[in-house]
Design a protein. Structure first.
Length: 436
C-alpha cells in the first residue's frame, strides 16, 4: 500500500468534507477486489460508510488519475480466496483498511493547525494499523502453509497405506508363484505316471488281443473284404426294390468302364463302400474285447452307445448311406436321425452295416498291435496291371488266366493293399476286358 502526501497546504477553514475529498484525490491506494454483487461484475469498494457521500463520488470519478492496479479482477479467483480465508477474515481485513484510512485523515488534520501531540497520536495509530495489516498477512501466509502441510501429510499417509497394500500384494504374488511351481512339479509327476499307465494299458491290451484272436493279419484283411461284399448285397437289393437306375448309379461311382459282364457292376458298389470305410484309416488302439467276444456287434453298441466303436459306426454310416438313398429305401430318415443322435437302431439293414464296420474297426486295431508296422497303399485308375501288387476278385481269376499273355489296365481299385514288413497283401482291382 502506497501513500503520498499532498504538497498543496490545507486551508484552516476547510471543513471535514473538503479534507476527505482532497485526501481521496491525493492518496494513491491500491484498489482491492471484492465479491461480484452486480450484474456486470464491475462493483468497486468505496472509501467506507463513515466517509461523506461526495468523497465517494469524487474518488470514483478520479479512478483514471489514480492508475490503480486490481489485485483480484477475476470473480472466480476472489471466490476461491474467500473460500480459503473465510468470510470473517475478509471483513476483518476491510475494517483494518478503513481504520487505516481514517487514521491517515486524522494525521492530515493534525497538521492544520499544527498540533504535535495529535500528530504523534495519529502517527502511532497509523503505525498500529499497518502492523495489524502485517499480522494479517503473516497469519494468512501461515494458514496457507499449514494447509499445504496438511495436504502433504494426508498425501504421505495415503502413500504409506498404498505402500503397505503393495507389500501385501507382492507377498501374495510370491505365494502364488510358489503354488505355480508346486503345481508344475505335480503336473510333471502326473504326466510321468500317466505315461507309465498308458504303457501298462497298452501291454494289457496286447495280451487281451492275443487271447481274443487266432486270426493272422492276412485272415483279417480277407474278412474285411468279405464283410464289404456281404453288405453290398442288401444295399444293391434295396436299390433295385426302390427303382434306382443301377447303370446310372454305377456310372456316377466310376464312369467310362467297360464291364465283361453286367453282374460285374457290383464291384463298383464294393469299391464305393471300401473307399468310404477306409477313408481316414490309421492304426490306433481300440477296445476290441467287447466287440469280438459278441457274435452280434450291435449288442456292444446298445450296451455302450457312446463308445469309440459307436462313434466310428455313426461317422461311417452317415458317410456311406446318402439321405436320398435312405429315404428311397424306407420312406423316411429315421435311421439317419437315430444314428445322428447316438442311438443305434436294431434293424436288419443297420445290423448288416455294423457287422461290416466291426471288421474294419478290428483291422484298424489289429494294425496298431502288430510289429512291424502296417502300411496301406492304393492303385490309381489306368495303371498297368501287376501281379506283384494287384489281384482281381476270385470270380475273375479264371478269366484272367486264359489271357495271361495280354497286358491289362486297371479300371478301378476295389479294395486297398497292405504291406507289413516282408509280407505284402495285394490290392484288389477290376481290370479292363482288353487284357483278357
Amino acid at each position: 500500500m502506497e501513500f503520498q502526501v499532498s504538497s498543496k497546504p490545507l486551508k484552516p477553514n476547510s471543513n471535514i468534507s473538503e479534507i476527505v475529498s482532497r485526501f481521496a484525490k491525493v492518496c494513491k491506494l491500491r484498489s482491492i477486489g471484492v465479491l461480484n454483487t452486480s450484474e456486470n461484475g464491475d462493483t468497486h469498494l468505496c472509501n467506507g460508510p463513515s466517509l461523506p457521500e461526495e468523497s465517494c463520488s469524487d474518488a470514483t470519478t478520479e479512478d483514471a488519475d489514480f492508475d490503480a492496479v486490481k489485485i483480484h479482477p477475476n470473480p472466480t479467483e476472489v471466490q476461491s480466496k474467500v473460500s480459503e480465508c473465510g468470510h470473517m477474515e475478509i471483513l476483518k481485513l476491510f475494517d483494518t483498511l478503513l481504520a487505516l484510512k481514517l487514521a491517515y485523515v486524522k494525521l492530515q488534520e493534525a497538521h492544520i493547525p499544527y498540533d504535535p501531540e495529535k500528530i504523534r497520536a495519529a502517527d502511532e495509530e497509523v503505525v498500529s494499523h499497518l502492523e495489524s495489516l502485517c499480522k494479517t498477512k503473516k497469519a494468512y501466509n501461515e494458514k496457507i502453509l499449514n494447509d499445504v502441510n496438511s495436504v502433504s501429510a494426508l498425501l504421505l499417509a495415503e502413500i504409506q497405506v498404498q505402500e503397505r497394500s503393495l507389500e501385501k500384494l507382492k507377498s501374495k504374488a510370491k505365494n502364488k508363484d510358489k503354488e505355480v511351481v508346486n503345481f508344475r512339479v505335480e503336473l510333471r509327476d502326473l504326466e510321468t505316471r500317466n505315461k507309465k499307465m498308458v504303457e501298462e494299458i497298452r501291454e494289457q491290451e496286447k495280451e487281451i488281443f492275443k487271447g481274443l484272436t487266432h486270426y493272422s493279419f492276412e485272415d483279417v484283411v480277407k474278412e474285411v473284404r468279405r464283410a464289404i461284399h456281404d453288405f453290398s448285397k442288401p444295399l444293391i437289393a434295396l436299390m433295385k426294390v426302390s427303382d434306382w437306375d443301377l447303370d446310372k448309379a454305377v456310372n456316377e461311382i466310376q464312369n467310362s468302364v467297360v464291364y465283361t459282364k453286367r453282374s460285374h457292376k457290383k464291384y463298383a458298389f464294393e469299391a464305393f463302400i471300401a473307399r468310404r470305410m477306409f477313408h481316414g484309416f490309421s492304426p490306433q488302439s481300440c477296445d476290441l474285447e467287447n466287440i469280438m467276444k459278441l457274435e452280434d456287434p450291435i449288442d456292444a453298441l446298445i450296451e455302450d452307445p457312446q463308445s469309440s466303436f459307436a462313434k466310428f459306426c455313426k461317422a461311417k454310416y452317415l458317410l456311406i448311406v446318402h439321405p436320398k438313398m435312405e429315404a428311397s429305401f424306407f420312406g423316411n430318415l429315421d435311421h439317419r436321425t437315430l444314428v445322428s443322435n447316438g442311438i443305434h437302431p436294431y434293424t436288419p439293414f443297420y445290423r448288416a452295416f455294423v457287422k461290416m464296420a466291426k471288421w474294419v474297426w478290428f483291422l484298424q486295431g489289429f494294425t496298431s498291435f502288430t510289429d512291424p508296422k502296417v502300411e496301406i497303399f492304393g492303385v490309381k485308375q489306368g495303371s498297368e496291371f501287376s501281379d506283384v501288387y494287384m489281384e482281381v476278385p476270385e470270380e475273375l481269376k479264371e478269366c484272367k488266366a486264359r489271357h495271361v499273355q495280354k497286358r491289362c489296365k486297371v479300371e478301378f481299385m476295389i479294395s486297398p493293399g497292405f504291406i507289413r514288413g516282408e509280407t505284402l497283401i495285394r490290392s484288389q482291382v477290376y481290370a479292363s476286358k482288353m487284357g483278357f
